[in-house]
Write a protein that binds this ligand. Structure first.
Ligand SMILES: [Fe+2]
Length: 403
């Protein structure tokens, strides 16, 4: 059915348009559309300085039909975490375990600007999962790239391509596209983590698939793959920074351009940040570490880039904006991030999103170090030739960081 919505430019006569709309009623049957409306994009030109607050407005015209825009948003851990307990309580007493009808015990974060879609930004999905003792997410393989950011102190595991990774708070565990993986909790207490995926991008590309017909040997529970490498395998092969083994293929699974190092340990990440604590760092980001594919030095996934950043007490970053989206999990500390004119306070385990094109700056207002883990779709934007970044110097003048 043709879209007959009009966005008449004020003062323009519309008799011609009405005539064309009448034609559109019949033309639509041929799957063509006579252009009867102007189309405006949803962002203002990158190079025009509109001040801190303005973001682009929703697109209009036929091109913009049904378009939505992600909004900056923060999910407070103290508000959302109780729902993990409520899910778990239902599971403990259920006639049918929720994992049987929902595949996972988790909640997914929805961006208030995206109409209930299961995504926090154009390319990024995030779920927060709880695994009770004995829970298993069966072995499977899929097109999206995914990670787990571990929020509970310890317990739980993910096995990827035979490598058993034991989960400890602050760990980043990768399940790159095209790797067989399963999750579970064989401990005695619940475990929680945040799952981050490029799922919406794969859906948009209609390139999403999943398979559970694992061809290898399974554990006795018949749902998980039998580990062939003990915990620590990734670190043994790739854990010496700047050194990679010369006798192995750096491709694990059937994905392309993904990291062969699956397990980045929270303790090692924190120690590396601490070692950089006395450095000036980046005026827009603080002291940062990038999670890289050790075989290439590039991002761990072709689509997503992961960083850990340390903000020292009292540290305030300068304003920055990018054409990429950024999604944050607070591992330590408390502070504020100002996004497009709105302040979002945060504390441990809070989660927030900075949609693309919006100005933002971070302030550690707490007495302790703040550690944020950041996910960005910068690698994707770079690959399509659209990555740009701007900052503001202390006087407020816009400077081109990536022109
Ligand atoms: Fe998965």
């Amino acid at each position: 059915m043709p879209d007959t919505a009009t966005h008449a430019r004020p003062g323009l006569p519309s008799a011609a348009r009405e005539a064309m709309e009448r034609l559109n009623v019949e033309a639509g049957d041929l799957n063509i559309w006579l252009r009867t409306a102007a189309n405006a994009p949803a962002q203002t030109p990158w190079f025009k300085d509109g001040g801190i607050a303005p973001g682009g407005t929703l697109a209009h015209g036929r091109v913009g039909a049904n378009q939505m825009k992600a909004l900056p948003h923060r999910w407070r851990w103290r508000e959302i975490a109780p729902y993990l307990d409520k899910i778990a309580q239902i599971a403990r007493t259920a006639d049918v375990s929720p994992i049987e009808f929902a595949d996972r015990q988790q909640f997914l974060l929805t961006n208030p600007g995206l109409g209930g879609r299961l995504q926090v930004a154009a390319t990024i999905r995030c779920a927060v999962s709880i695994y009770l003792p004995g829970d298993v997410a069966p072995v499977h393989i899929h097109a999206p790239n995914a990670t787990r950011t571990i929020l509970s102190e310890n317990g739980g595991y993910t096995t990827i391509e035979g490598e058993r990774c034991l989960a400890t708070r602050g760990d980043l565990i990768l399940t790159p596209n095209g790797t067989w993986h399963d999750h579970g909790n064989d401990g005695s207490t619940p475990v929680m983590w945040a799952d981050i995926l490029d799922f919406p991008l794969l859906e948009f590309l209609d390139c999403n698939w999943i398979d559970e017909d694992f061809p290898g040997e399974r554990e006795s529970n018949a749902r998980a793959q039998k580990p062939t490498h003990a915990d620590g395998y990734s670190a043994r092969r790739y854990g010496a920074g700047g050194l990679v083994p010369g006798f192995v293929s750096h491709r694990r699974g059937i994905g392309h351009a993904t990291s062969p190092l699956f397990h980045y340990r929270g303790q090692a990440i924190r120690e590396a940040l601490t070692a950089l604590r006395g450095e000036d760092g980046d005026p827009y980001e603080g002291a940062t570490l990038r999670f890289v594919n050790p075989a290439t030095g590039g991002s761990v996934f072709p689509t997503l880039d992961y960083w850990a950043q340390l903000l020292r007490p009292g540290e305030e970053t300068r304003w920055k904006r990018e054409t990429a989206n950024a999604f944050y999990i607070v591992l330590e500390g408390s502070g504020t991030t100002e996004i497009g004119g709105t302040s979002f306070g945060w504390e441990e385990n809070d989660i927030f999103v900075v949609p693309n094109f919006l100005w933002r700056r971070h302030i550690n207002s707490g007495a302790k170090d703040a550690v944020l883990y950041v996910v960005s779709d910068m690698p994707l934007l770079e690959k399509v030739g659209q990555y740009r970044a701007q900052g503001r110097d202390p006087s407020g003048t816009v400077v081109q960081l990536v022109a």
